[in-house]
Design a protein around this ligand. Sequence first.
Ligand code: F6R
Length: 613
Amino acid sequence: MCGIIGACLGSQACMNLLIGEIIFNGLLRLEYRGYDSAGVAVIADELMVRKGKGKLIELNARLSFKELRGCTGIGHTRWATHGVPNDINAHPHVDCRKMFAVVHNGVLENFSELKRVLKNRGHVFASDTDTEVIPHLVEEHYYRTGNVYESFKEAVKTLKGSYAILLVTSLEPFKIFFAKKDSPLIIGLGEGFNLLASDIPAVLSHTRSVVVIRDYWVGFITPDEAFVEDLASGRRVEVKDYIRTVEWSLSEAEKSGYPHFMLKEIYEQPRAVMETLYGALNDQLIPEAIKLLTDAGKIYVTGAGTSFHAAEHFSITGTRLAGKPIISFISSEYDTYLPATGEGDVLIVVSQSGETMDSLKALRAFKRRGVRIIAVSNVIDSAIPRESHVTLYTRAGPEIGVAATKTFTTQTTLLTYLAVRLGEAVGRLDVGEGREILGNIRSAGSLVKEALESAEKLAKKMATAISRSSSAYYLSRGVGVPVAKEGALKIKEVAYVHAESYPAGESKHGPIALVENSFPVVFVIPNDSYLEALLLGNIEEMKARGAYVVGVGPEGSRTMELLNEFLPVPRAHWALAPVTHTVPLQLIAYYAAVEKGFDPDKPRNLAKTVTVE
Ligand code: F6R
């Protein structure tokens, strides 16, 4: 996730406004999307690029972005995916002859293949990014066609993955070319100028007239025109039919109109899981991680809070799909497990921030005993990735709400993919089942979207019922257990409801004593007929004691009849339960917090990154 902006000024606007200031101020508004490096390209007499590692304010002091002059320019604030944050990997990227400069937000799934072909054709690359293939591709087509827009379109047609792209060139100094798929992009329409940006706040101080660009749209802006075509249908798009006026205030706009970051981040999950998957499919470190795991003596997986729930999910899926026992533990409890570890073992450390002290301490202690470490993190180059042997990154983008939401679904998407690849590598996973899970992971974005649409109707009602109670249980079995734990943690954190989560079979060994009339019990029902049959009995037990029983389960589940409320989620392989079933639980927690008048973005006593033991 990164922020991009472009400005194309007519002669009058160019006299009144400084392009450097427009781009810099726009980037400041987009800095929440990433902040490890930034850069600007402007067309003055020629193409000029300034970029570097660091935060915008520091970079501006060094590179004077704000003073840049010209009528056309683009800017980027980066959240690293491919390539560590440094000066060279910062955007914009250029081709061999420095004719084209490109900024990009997204992940290109096929960049390695494209890069190989381009290198064979003599292109020289400067960075480790996926983005750099774009200016070289345009350059390659330009030699043949002599037409910038046609070359740009040809280049875009070869890209797989997600992208919002802006390109400027000194060959056509009054145009910015753009394309979009799966990453956000808008046009801001002004009087004598036009803008492009990842998000509305970046243009709001200049115009309230915007067009939200749809997937597969490609085109260019000039100071007076926005030309758009739809690559999917091959038709020209009538821009005037899509113009809308933004009524939000600036602070509302930073949340894209959502009242809280938590809700915005819940709704970002379809895109976040797909970007994570695109990244994983293309990640050359996955085979390395699989090799470590297949050769491992014992496999451990750890994390704290939500990341521990993702770790537990991997322990269940890995054990079931690969037939290898995988031991999960809460990172602050690492001492207990240490005496049994040694050379040849592997520890997977899951941490969105990559800085959690409990997880870092577990990592260091295991490493000292010769254990190989695989990190799963959302923040490139943070402490845990730096100290690990192999790091696999989720691509959720910065998470601002303190309660983890999109980082959990991205962690579990990545770890489910890893479990499947491990199952294949050790020859334990049936080919058909492997294909089914991979097919489901590839459509994880749509599954989350469907779950969101379905939950939107019922989550508020369930939230009202649960938030009126001071206590609730979240129960499940097998693969549903970490999901139930995550649901309980969410409502505890943001709505301050005392929620406990157990494997459902355990509830009759004590917890059921608390159940009386209207006591809320939330059941997470995985798409697994064996587990579902067992849960039917547990639901009956709770109902018999007057509990208000609520279920989140696959459409058409047999449990529907028994439950007071049933929230259907799309049917997918059981291993994808965290992707399909977590979303409704996040919404229930969110609405419960709002109903009780709490700010879900800033729960009391909590910090986003816990760097103390
Ligand atoms: C829960 C939450 C925390 C974190 C935990 C670990 O909503 O945000 O429980 O999951 O502090 O943080 P990371 O993943 O950064 O190691």
